[in-house]
Write a protein that binds this ligand. Structure first.
Ligand code: AP5
Ligand code: MG
Length: 186
């Protein structure tokens, strides 16, 4: 099962990816987590992307695509995976599709977590992980970037009939229940 967990900042991608990972025993690939890990460990990649994440802008497509393509070739992804935070632009989606088709593989489904904007903001502001992009001003930028550059990815996969909407409001377990119902159908 090759999944994309999709949604705006604060939609619960990371939270639900963890639940899917544990329940279905497939790895979770979060580009945001990989970038934050590299920033924390002051790697070359970390130095390159630090100010971009801090500003709530997007890392250049070629950097992200290279990272994901390298990662997906590792054996642990052979039996499926959950992509969280990728693809985030149309060029990223096209690059992913091309890479997967060259490996005779494909995305099976995109789960779109739908959450009203005020709830997104409230959730992010009450997160206590010390993320430098969790401030009111940066959240505004992240949401604007989402609407401009990321939301079009939905149409890209809707054209392939791969989009399933998930009501992202409720308790974490209620939402996971909806995800399981959807995944158990495929
Ligand atoms: P990324 O790490 O992907 O962040 P994001 O998309 O902004 O999303 P978040 O991680 O903030 O939210 P989430 O949907 O994971 O929600 P969560 O489960 O944490 O990206 C960060 C940055 O990295 C980007 O801005 C960009 O710079 C760069 N980047 C990453 N990928 C990239 C790419 N492909 N291309 C270019 N740049 C890229 O939940 C949010 C909060 O709500 C948590 O505190 C959680 O506990 C709480 N919560 C969750 N579910 C519920 C619920 N049901 N009820 C109440 N609270 C809840
Ligand atoms: Mg996240």
């Amino acid at each position: 099962m090759n999944l994309i967990l999709f949604g705006p900042p604060g939609a619960g991608k990371g939270t639900q990816a963890k639940k899917i990972k544990n329940h279905y025993n497939i790895p979770h690939l979060s580009t945001g987590n990989i970038f934050r890990y590299n920033i924390k460990n002051e790697t070359e990649l970390g130095k390159k992307v630090k100010s971009i994440l801090n500003d709530g802008k997007l890392v250049p497509d070629d950097t992200v695509v290279e990272l994901v393509v390298d990662e997906l070739q590792k054996p642990e992804y052979e039996n499926g995976y959950i992509l969280d935070g990728f693809p985030r632009t149309i060029p990223q989606a096209k690059a992913l599709d091309e890479f997967l088709s060259s490996k005779n593989s494909k995305i099976d489904l995109l789960l779109n977590l739908e959450v009203p904007e005020q709830e997104l903001i409230d959730r992010i502001l009450s997160r206590a992980e010390g993320r430098s992009d969790d401030t009111p001003e940066k959240i505004k930028t992240r949401l604007a970037v989402y609407h401009e550059e990321t939301a079009p990815v939905l149409n890209h996969y809707a054209d392939q009939n791969k989009v399933e909407k998930i009501d992202g409001v409720g308790t974490v377990d209620q939402i996971f229940g909806r995800i399981k119902e959807t995944l158990n159908k495929i």
